[in-house]
Design a protein around this ligand. Structure first.
Ligand SMILES: [Zn+2]
Length: 113
């Protein structure tokens, strides 16, 4: 389950932030997941409490926002939103979409005490 290693990455971002911003506990973590990232929100929720235990984010609630991906069609040049990989261009039906975003996961917001 690669969600656990993603969450460990999230935790290190939170801890770095806690150091620089000087807070000691996090109330809420909001994660943004690209629709093409293959991250399972359920797996994230499942792993969150385990990974955050005994950290500054112990007991924090988790909010997950899924963002559609953005792609540019290499055939006709149109920009389109994509919700899964291997979708055709809505204009010309070409499969040569150049994915611009949607593969990543990032920390969108932290609510601290
Ligand atoms: Zn196209």
């Amino acid at each position: 389950m690669h969600e656990l290693s993603l969450l460990e990455g999230v935790l290190s971002i939170i801890e770095d932030n806690a150091d620089t911003q000087g807070y000691t506990s996090v109330k809420k973590v909001c994660l943004e997941i690209g629709a093409l990232s293959c991250v399972e929100p359920e797996a994230l929720r499942f792993g969150f409490d385990i990974v955050m235990k005994n950290s500054v984010a112990d007991g924090a609630t988790l909010d997950i926002v899924t963002m559609p991906g953005q792609a540019i069609c290499q055939q006709c040049g149109c920009e389109t939103k994509v919700f899964e990989l291997h979708t055709p261009c809505p204009d010309c039906q070409s499969f040569s979409l150049d994915i611009q975003s949607g593969l990543e996961m990032r920390v969108r917001d932290l609510i601290v005490n």
